[in-house]
Design a protein around this ligand. Sequence first.
Ligand SMILES: [Zn+2]
Length: 323
Amino acid sequence: MKYLLVLLLVSCTLPQPLTSPEVSEVTLNTTETPTATAVDPEPAPLPLPVLSDKLSAWCARTDTEFNRYQWGKSRCEEFNWNHVRSSAQGHPIPWVVFGTEENLEKKNVTLIMCGVHGDEITPMKFCYDILYDLKDFHWDFSERVVIVAPLVSPDSFFTAKPSRTNSRGVDVNRNFPTKDWNKDALRLWSQKYGKDKRRYPGPKASSEAETVFQVNLIKRYKPSKIISVHSPLMMLDYDGPALKHDHSHSAKDLLLTMSEKAKGYKVSNYPHFPGSLGNWAGNELGIPTYTLELPNSDPHQSDRYWKQFREAIHHAIEHKIGP
Ligand SMILES: [Zn+2]
């Protein structure tokens, strides 16, 4: 049994950007700006958004996977997807924004990402359940923004045999430009992990489209918190400003309340790795980052997991971190 350990305070200095100015490249793919959901109790049905050919194909592929895992209709075409970057195999890596992008710095901004590892099947459906919830229920998006990227690594999911690594054989969650990447990522992979192919950190930091996508999303929206959904380690892990220095108890309260609302889900302090999201966004950028590891990757358990964690996710979206 592991216990929650107090994290060390680490510097919050931004690392030098390793890539071209990607952020400015980020544009909306549709002519409409994503808007808040209607507050009218019985809103008239909205026309479906116009999707690009690439996004239509991506939605069709998503439907195929939903059929395969018996998840029902994906409703993929109902969302105002944004798309800039695609995977090595050409699949879009899209995201949806609920709320408006004005005055982001004053708002409670939550970034939720799933499908970083394609062989973890349940998280993908989990992000869709979040999408349906945000679209169908009467959330107030005047003071909050929620960004959802349901499938960060499409190549590893859209395949007969889903894999942890992307189509270039890289573990996307070891490829972030952390300060220790150059010194430690490949060395530890070779010396400590026996060159385990499932954990190859890539030829260099930020070498992968899926990593650059996440880095840009974080730079663009500057979320006040990040929730990254994985499976099957059955725990909730926190990376970010040291909890003992969190005088408002805000980040820590959220961690403990999320666990409570999921019937005492185990809180664990999973070790850091060079190039992981928690290390880069949590420790180096100082953004409270919560990794929710669902109990397993069995697609038939998806509904059960959504029921188990729905309240925790609601609370996480509503909870304001910081002043
Ligand atoms: Zn994972």
